[in-house]
Design a protein around this ligand. Structure first.
Ligand SMILES: [Zn+2]
Length: 68
């Protein structure tokens, strides 16, 4: 399936049978981030964590999982 990164709008092709594709189809995750952005977010999250201004980035995603 084709997915679009919500951050940089890159279109990626991911395997239909990979866990991420299954999650997207099941609406467990509503957004796709390419590995590059994923990595960048991860680094920023760690940086924020260290500076004490940490906001839990994945909070929305977690809540969605519980709601569905
Ligand atoms: Zn991206």
């Amino acid at each position: 399936m084709r997915v679009k990164c919500v951050i940089c709008d890159t279109i990626k092709k991911i395997d239909n049978d990979c866990p991420k594709a299954k999650k997207l189809r099941n609406r467990l995750i509503h957004t796709y981030m390419c590995p590059e952005c994923d990595q960048r977010i991860e680094e920023n999250t760690i940086k924020r964590h260290k500076t004490g201004n940490f906001k839990l980035y994945r909070k929305k995603e977690v809540q969605d999982q519980y709601l569905s």
